[in-house]
Design a protein around this ligand. Structure first.
Ligand SMILES: [Zn+2]
Length: 459
């Protein structure tokens, strides 16, 4: 490929030409899920974004020359609390949640990373790093805990661009008696009876959250590697602390050369939260009717996600999913009864993607290819975004390309109005119109308001 890959680096706040340490061994680490509950749609964003990056790196450097590591956090206080709440064992909870997670990412058509290390299988490596940090004066043991000594690192705060003085001034937390400095963070902490724990030189305990990524990236990618990714919410403290641990343990100026962060996701213009009732999991989107009254295909979720540039905030809306679905229906229609021929990727598509993963630009190139009726080039390019992998026949019939969702909603609204006005002849007529369009209607009373509501699906 001719285009030069440029990536925005959070560490330098600049777009840089990407130059791997060793082009025959390009190394990428992304922080993975804490397996205590189903992954929500905000968690899907880094999964999809870094999957596109992984695919692009494989395209540029060759499949065998890229190593992608994404961890699984299976020891965490949230896990302990949830297992106790449900009355199940920690193992049962983490195994079950991880199985759903693996199915979710596969349904989103994300390639499996080369390694998915689990925290509980890297305790030995974590203890080794803690010991190294104690030995070289960057950590201290105190009252069953081991703390990272933040002031011992001259340039702590470089990634998030916070100075230690500012952080101390801004911290309003009460300082635990075992801490020397307010910003010192936990590397190891004691476990009580019944809590998960391991024997260590500092007593029976468990690791602090940040430690696992330092241990697992070191084990699987080395002391310094190429790219570290995650959500923007992880910059501080998680990534800052990973950097502190790894750099101080191994004595390098950087942990990873490039740090990439995807932007926030909100739902229908609001922050996603359980209390607002707009919390939506990947599993629900794929298999239930909680969002827009219906389930959505993995390809639809993926295209809707990639329509925004990864660093921009994204607003997750039913409308965007409907639009993505319509686009995919048109594209799949082009692929029907065709056996695509191999060939080169369209140059403008590659250029867009190499421009700091400009997926909106890449998608507009896909529109151009579809418009030109070039099914082969469309398929090749879309596949690099992880799209159009379904059998086009699966997009036949049931999901008709001709349904205008806005028109359907309008007719349903008119029908409900006719029913409220007791004009049953008119409401029956409108029902027949909708059925004639291939729409299946489902009427139900809203439990709160007692109002009749109608949902619909095609087929
Ligand atoms: Zn991490």
């Amino acid at each position: 490929m001719a285009a030069v890959l440029k990536l925005y680096n959070t560490l330098t706040r600049e777009r840089e030409n990407f130059a791997p340490i060793d082009p025959s061994r390009v190394r990428l680490y992304v922080c993975g899920p804490t397996v205590y509950d189903f992954a929500h749609i905000g968690n899907a964003r880094p999964l999809i974004v870094f999957d596109v990056l992984y695919r692009l790196l494989r395209e540029i450097y060759g499949r065998k020359h890229v190593k992608y590591v994404r961890n699984i956090t299976d020891v965490d206080d949230k896990i302990n609390a949830r297992a106790a709440e449900r009355g199940v064992s920690i193992r049962e909870l983490t195994e079950g949640t991880n199985a759903v997670f693996q199915q979710d990412v596969s349904d989103l058509n994300c390639l499996p990373p080369d390694v998915q290390p689990r925290a509980t299988e890297h305790i030995f490596e974590m203890i080794a790093i803690v010991q190294k940090l104690i030995d070289n004066g960057h950590a201290y043991a105190s009252d069953g805990h081991v703390l990272f000594d933040v002031p011992s690192m001259a340039d702590y705060g470089k990634l998030s661009r916070r100075s230690l003085d500012d952080m101390v001034a801004g911290a309003r937390v009460e300082v635990a008696p075992y801490k020397k400095g307010e910003m010192d963070f936990v590397l190891w902490k004691p476990s009580k009876e019944g809590e998960p724990g391991w024997d260590s030189p500092w007593g029976f305990g468990r690791p602090g959250w940040h430690l696992e990524c330092s241990a697992m990236s070191h084990k699987h990618l080395g002391e310094v590697f190429d790219i570290h990714g995650g959500g923007i919410d992880l910059v501080f403290p998680h990534h800052e602390n990973e950097i502190a641990q790894t750099r101080c343990a191994f004595g390098h100026d950087v942990m990873a050369n490039v740090w990439m962060h995807n932007g926030f996701l909100q739902v229908e213009g609001e922050k996603m939260s359980k209390s607002l009732g707009n919390f939506v999991t990947i599993h629900e989107l794929l298999h239930e009717d909680k969002f827009g009254g219906r389930a959505w295909k993995g390809d639809v979720l993926r295209l809707a996600m990639l329509r925004s540039h990864y660093r921009q905030p994204i607003d997750w809306t039913v409308k965007a999913l409907e639009e993505a679905e319509k686009t995919l229906q048109r594209w799949y229609a082009l692929l029907r009864d065709k056996k695509p021929a191999p060939g080169a990727l369209a140059e403008p598509f590659v250029e867009a993607l190499c421009d700091d993963l400009n997926t909106p630009g890449a998608i507009s190139e896909l529109h151009q290819l579809a418009k030109a009726g070039d099914a082969d080039a469309l398929l090749r390019a879309a596949n690099l975004l992880g799209l159009l992998h379904d059998d086009p026949a699966a997009w036949d019939g049931k999901a008709s390309a001709d349904i205008d969702a806005a028109e359907v909603e309008k007719l349903i609204g008119e029908r409900l109005a006719a029913r409220r006005a007791k004009n049953f002849a008119e409401s029956d007529r409108l029902r027949d119109v909708l059925v004639g369009m291939g729409i299946k209607l489902m009427d139900a009373r809203n439990k709160q308001t007692g109002e009749l509501e109608t949902t619909w699906e095609v087929g």
